[in-house]
Design a protein around this ligand. Structure first.
Ligand code: FAD
Length: 240
């Protein structure tokens, strides 16, 4: 990577990108092939544990209904706290506080400067703005970190200067005119500004006392990379 300005670097030859949408389609295909189904536009509105095990789950939306299930796993991202509080008997004092950690991306026009992912040292509370060449071959920088109170996915074009200043440390040739706003995401953080980042929380019966329930909190980055491991941990805990 001749354009990289660094005193030293660690090469991770197995790091890379993958197609997250293709991955989810593949998982959906496997679920359906195993006799399951994936139902969208069916909001979870609450659940009541049943005597002797299992749950009544209230599903809203068009054709609202109640269903029963033996097990219940909640993985609601930014809504994890709201979802847990709608489960009857979930101890309110065990629901961790949630924070919205917004991150925006800027896209680079013209040739991509690096072929590999470039991760500068982390910033407090997050991995820091890094570089990737996306699946279409274009350079993308992000995400930064800003704590916000509402879900707002806009990208302020004025942040381009701030991004360029940060990027210049590892790529001195960056030109601010080549950066344009791309997209934003919001991380479901369990820690506020200045606090240490805790691990993911996978909460089972030993925590909340409800049999058959796993409640997930704070599944921010690298939650996608870890998704198979998280799924296996959840399945093992429920089987145990
Ligand atoms: C800016 C940014 C960059 C990231 N970069 C990376 C990365 O490089 N690598 C990586 O591994 N991870 C990354 N992540 C993290 C990754 O996206 C998450 O860890 C992952 O999406 C978590 O998956 P999840 O299914 O737990 O939650 P989510 O993907 O948040 O999905 C939760 C779902 O629950 C739904 N939901 C909420 N409430 C209800 C309800 N009441 N009823 C029904 N459905 C409901 C929501 O609509 C949503 O679809 C990044 C995240 C952000 C924000």
């Amino acid at each position: 990577e001749p354009q990289l300005n660094a005193v030293a670097a660690i090469l991770s030859p197995e790091s890379g990108l993958f197609d997250s949408h293709g991955y989810m389609l593949a998982l959906e295909g496997e679920i359906e092939a195993a006799g399951g189904s994936v139902v969208t536009s069916a909001p979870f509105e609450g659940a009541e544990p049943l005597q002797g095990g299992g749950f009544t789950v209230r599903v809203g939306g068009e054709g609202a209904m109640s269903i029963t299930s033996r097990l219940l796993v909640t993985a609601a991202g930014l809504s994890a706290q709201v979802v847990a509080s709608s489960i009857e008997g979930y101890p309110a004092d065990l629901i961790p506080a949630g924070h919205f950690g917004k991150g925006v991306y800027f896209r680079l026009s013209g040739p991509a400067p690096f072929n590999r992912l470039i991760y500068p040292p982390p910033i407090p509370g997050a991995l820091g703005t890094h570089y990737r060449k996306d699946l279409g071959g274009q350079g993308v920088f992000g995400p930064d970190l800003a704590y916000v109170d509402v879900e707002d996915y806009s990208v302020d074009p004025a942040k381009a200067e701030q991004f360029a200043g940060y990027i210049r440390r590892f790529w001195p040739d960056v030109q601010v005119e080549r950066l344009s706003p791309d997209y934003a995401g919001i991380r479901p953080k369990l820690h506020g500004k200045g606090q240490a980042q805790p691990d993911f929380q996978l909460r089972g019966i030993e925590s909340h006392g409800i049999e058959g329930l796993m409640a997930l909190f704070g599944i921010e980055s690298p939650g996608l990379t870890s998704s198979m491991a998280i799924g296996e941990a959840v399945a093992d805990r429920l089987a145990g």
